[in-house]
Ligand binder design. Sequence first.
Ligand code: E4P
Length: 216
Amino acid sequence: MKFFADTAEIEDIKELAATGLLDGVTTNPSLIAKSGRDFMEVTKEICGITDGPVSAEVVALDHEGMMREAEVLRKIADNVCIKVPLTIDGLKTCKALTSDGTMVNVTLCFSANQALLAAKAGATFVSPFIGRHDDNGFDGMDLISDIRLIYDNYAFETEILAASIRHGVHVLQAAKIGADVMTAPPAVIKGLFKHVLTEKGIEGFLADWAKTGQSI
Ligand code: E4P
């Protein structure tokens, strides 16, 4: 499973990249606003930290506008992945961009039928939003399972990017189902390293080691 960081915070991305476990980054207009940074500048900086795909989202709602914005965004770096919403214009843009060899992440996916359309449009990634799905009384994991089944039935190459991940259980469940990628806030990714018994174990070993009076 690939791990993407869902953030536009440079220090967090650097810290995760240093672990060697970061495969890419996703941003969205809300995350850019939260960073307080210039969209183009921060995206370029992120693209320099990771070699993996860096999703940058268009804000136009019409196909022509999306194509115009994508043209600007894809010049930032070779690893920019254009993020488009799951609408008719978004998928039209997805088809045009991927036919031309540009990576596209189709975002705001909330149904398996929408994911089927994204795959037919040649999306590189489709982003089903697990947390937001749960928030609205649906089961985000059922959505991931249904998309996995459909994509496997037809050998679609579009990667399932489990998004809107809120905690470690989401990561675990998405991995068990076979989502290709998950994107999560840095705090959630850092939380995956932690276990109370690991910390307790280290404490115990260090206490016993100190009693030996030895050093390595
Ligand atoms: C990622 O591509 C999405 O924009 C993101 O995961 C949305 O997460 P949220 O529902 O926590 O805002």
